[in-house]
Design a protein around this ligand. Structure first.
Ligand code: GAL
Length: 420
């Protein structure tokens, strides 16, 4: 072909490329394979914000979802992928499980982007302790969720006296009234991580010091003492307010019960808000968000991070682009408004957040200042996965009435020490 025709062909290809794909042809920047467990309506809507953002930057998104709230199933699939030498580019992960991957030396180094963008200055230390390993940034935090929330159907609350409970006794009396009004007082799904999410809040409701010594420091005295007995007794009381079909139910279906007014409330992290929003509900009008009674002023948190795996030079540009896109303040706001969480950076304004989101941001900042911000045991931010699993087992056996409160207290400390 003459030079002239080669030039024409090149121009034509360019024009076709631009008209088909717009200014940034898809895949121009490579692709990312992203493993996650965001498969509910609200979660998928939030993920779409990330996917669209990356696609607008020319990065192709290969979706690798593994359904299962809390991420246990995703971590099982991930282990097989990493063992087989074929990790995804980026994986949603929580707290101590990120550290486990870092210890195996299979994760990427994001310092080039993190240093250029000053992540050290804007991401709170509580998150950095998981996003960094040995001085290297290895994960990009997307959000901060907190787990000590209660989501209440507004009409059901009005019918039960209209006052959101602030103490344990008030909570029990609202649950009782909802029961006599003929609805399921507590919408819940019987899965170990969901039982553990309630347990986090119940333990915290017995005091910050107790939460810290039992679920963070794993103090044997706290794990086996009178307060722990009280925590299990409270769990037993709550168990009395769930319906007969709770076993195995997914968390978002429990949220749906509250959204539809079949259940009065759900005790769940603020990803539940994503479901209410997706259903077109408005905080304050259709539902009410409160801190678990007795935990006002304190926060148990978890942060979803995308841990980046060592996937070779070819995929690195897209991987770095993804990391950078996640930490963009505009993205942080847009994503978290939909997800129900709050930004992972301290410099993002709360302007676009609804009342629950604004409260979430304020609570988090205050708890952080006041020393009452704690990692969530249920969501991987208090103890390593093996210990978390041991606590899950006891909590869930107890919630399923296989063991009494006395037996649960008796076995908790030994179950924990067996895996440490
Ligand atoms: C949490 C995660 C949230 C939410 C939830 C339910 O562990 O941090 O983002 O997805 O599980 O799947």
């Amino acid at each position: 072909m003459s030079r002239f025709w080669t030039g024409c062909a090149a121009i034509l290809a360019l024009v076709i490329g631009i008209s088909i794909h717009g200014a940034a042809p898809a895949s121009a920047q490579g692709s990312v394979e992203v493993m996650h467990w965001w498969t509910s309506g609200g979660e998928a809507a939030a993920l779409e914000v990330l996917k669209d953002d990356l696609e607008s930057k020319g990065v192709t998104w290969n979706d690798a979802p593994v359904a299962g709230g809390g991420g246990e199933q995703a971590m099982t699939v991930l282990r097989a992928r990493v063992t087989g030498g074929n990790p995804p580019t980026a994986v949603q992960a929580l707290g101590f499980s990120i550290t486990d991957w870092a210890e195996l030396d299979v994760v990427a180094n994001l310092n080039e982007v993190a240093d250029a963008e000053g992540w050290d200055d804007v991401i709170p230390d509580a998150l950095q302790s998981f996003s960094k390993y040995d001085g290297k940034w290895i994960a990009a935090p997307v959000n901060v969720h907190s787990t000590n929330w209660v989501w209440i159907n507004k009409s059901a609350l009005d019918a039960a006296g209209g006052r959101a409970p602030t103490t344990w006794d008030e909570l029990v009396s609202v649950l009782d009234r909802m029961k006599s009004n003929g609805i399921i007082p507590l919408g819940h799904g019987g899965q170990a991580w969901q039982d553990a999410t309630i347990f986090d809040a119940v333990v915290l409701s017995l005091g910050d010091d107790f939460y810290k010594s039992a679920l963070i420091d794993l103090d044997p005295g706290a794990l086996s003492g009178a307060k722990m007995r009280e925590a299990f007794d409270r769990m037993e009381v709550l168990r009395g307010y769930v319906d007969d079909n709770f076993s195995g139910r997914d968390w978002n279906l429990a949220s749906a019960l509250v959204i539809e007014g079949e259940a009065g409330m759900q005790m769940m992290g603020d990803w539940a808000k994503g479901e209410f929003l997706k259903a077109g509900q408005v905080p304050g009008e259709d539902f009410v968000c409160i801190r678990f009674p007795g935990t006002q002023g304190s926060v148990t948190f978890n942060s979803d991070q995308f841990v980046m795996f060592e996937v070779g030079e070819e995929s690195r540009p897209a991987q770095l682009l993804m990391a950078s896109a996640i930490e963009n303040p505009v993205f942080q706001s847009a994503f978290n408004v939909v997800k129900g969480s709050v930004p992972a950076r301290t410099d993002v304004p709360d302007t676009d957040f609804d009342d629950c989101g604004k409260k979430g941001m304020k609570d988090l900042a205050e708890a952080n200042r006041g020393g009452s911000l704690f990692g969530s045991m249920a969501h991987g931010h208090a103890v390593p996965p093996a210990v978390q699993g041991a606590i899950y087992d006891v909590v869930t056996q107890h919630f399923n009435r296989e063991i009494s409160s006395a037996e649960a207290v008796e076995s908790l400390a030994s179950a924990v020490s067996a895996v440490r």
